[in-house]
Design a protein around this ligand. Structure first.
Ligand SMILES: Cc1cc2nc3c(=O)[nH]c(=O)nc-3n(C[C@H](O)[C@H](O)[C@H](O)COP(=O)(O)O)c2cc1C
Length: 216
C-alpha cells in the first residue's frame, strides 16, 4: 500500500470482528514500528501483545473493575478538559458532536464499545521504563503511529486508546509487565466490523492554516 493511502485511510475503529489476527502479521507490524525514530536511538518502548485466552482474561478483569466503578489510574493522568486551551476545547467539543451525530444520540453505543474494549482480538500495550524523560513519550508516540500505519498496510484496523491502560494492575497481573515499566498506551488491532454504526465515525481536521505557518 502507498504510504499516503495508509495515512489517509487510518482511523480509529471501535468495534472489531471476532476474526483473530495471525501471529506472523502482528509480529510484522511490531517489527515495522521498531523503525520509528527516537532520541539518540534510545528505543525506550516495549510491547506486550495480548491475544487469545490472555486477552479474554484481560477483558474479563477489566470489566470486573469497570462494573465495580474502580477509579482509573492512568500513567498519563486523566486530563480534565480545562487543561487544554480554549481553542483545543472547541475542537474536542466538535469531536463530541461528530460522535453524537454518528450515533444518532445513542451515546450508550460508545460506552458499550469502551466496556468491551472494542472487541479487539489483539491489544498491544505500550510501555516505557519508569521515570523515563518526557522525550520518551514523544518517541512512543512516533512508535505508536508507525505501528498503526503498518497495521493499515496489512489491511488491519486499529485504535489507540487510553481505555486499554486505565487499570495498570491488569498489565502487571495478567500480562506480567515488568515492575520497572509503566503501561502508557494501548492499541487495539483487528478487522473492522463495518456493519457497526460506531465505525461510521469519520473525524474532521482543522484548516491547514491552523496547523501550518509557512515561511519562504
Ligand atoms: C492519546 C490518545 C488517547 C485516546 N483514547 C481514546 C479512548 O480512550 N477512547 C476512544 O474511543 N478513542 C480514543 N482515542 C482516539 C481519538 O479519539 C481519535 O484518534 C481522534 O478522535 C481522531 O480520530 P481518528 O483516529 O479516527 O482519526 C485516543 C487517541 C489518542 C491519540
Amino acid at each position: 500500500m502507498e504510504t499516503s493511502k495508509a495515512i489517509k485511510t487510518r482511523r480509529s475503529i471501535r468495534d472489531f470482528k471476532s476474526t483473530p489476527v495471525e501471529k506472523d502479521v502482528l509480529v510484522d507490524i511490531i517489527k515495522a514500528a521498531q523503525q520509528a525514530p527516537s532520541q539518540a536511538n534510545s528505543q525506550p518502548w516495549h510491547v506486550y501483545l495480548a491475544t487469545g485466552d490472555t486477552l479474554t482474561e484481560y477483558k474479563r478483569r477489566f470489566q470486573q473493575l469497570s462494573q465495580a466503578n474502580k477509579k482509573s489510574k492512568l500513567f498519563l493522568e486523566k486530563a480534565q478538559t480545562g487543561q487544554w486551551s480554549p481553542t483545543e476545547q472547541i475542537k474536542m467539543a466538535k469531536w463530541n458532536v461528530e460522535l453524537a451525530q454518528t450515533l444518532d444520540g445513542m451515546q450508550y453505543i460508545y460506552s458499550n464499545s469502551q466496556y468491551a474494549l472494542y472487541n479487539a482480538p489483539a491489544i498491544a500495550i505500550l510501555t516505557l521504563p519508569k521515570n523515563s524523560p518526557a522525550w520518551s513519550i514523544y518517541d512512543l508516540g512516533a512508535f505508536a503511529q508507525t505501528l498503526m500505519l503498518a497495521a493499515t498496510d496489512h489491511g488491519l484496523a486499529s485504535i489507540s486508546a487510553s481505555e486499554f491502560v486505565k487499570y495498570p494492575e491488569l498489565g502487571y497481573g495478567v500480562l506480567d509487565i515488568s515492575k520497572k515499566e509503566v503501561a502508557v498506551m494501548g492499541i487495539g488491532l483487528g478487522y473492522e466490523d463495518s456493519t457497526r454504526q460506531i465505525n461510521q465515525l469519520h473525524t474532521s481536521r482543522q484548516l491547514l492554516q491552523d496547523t501550518l505557518t509557512f515561511f519562504a
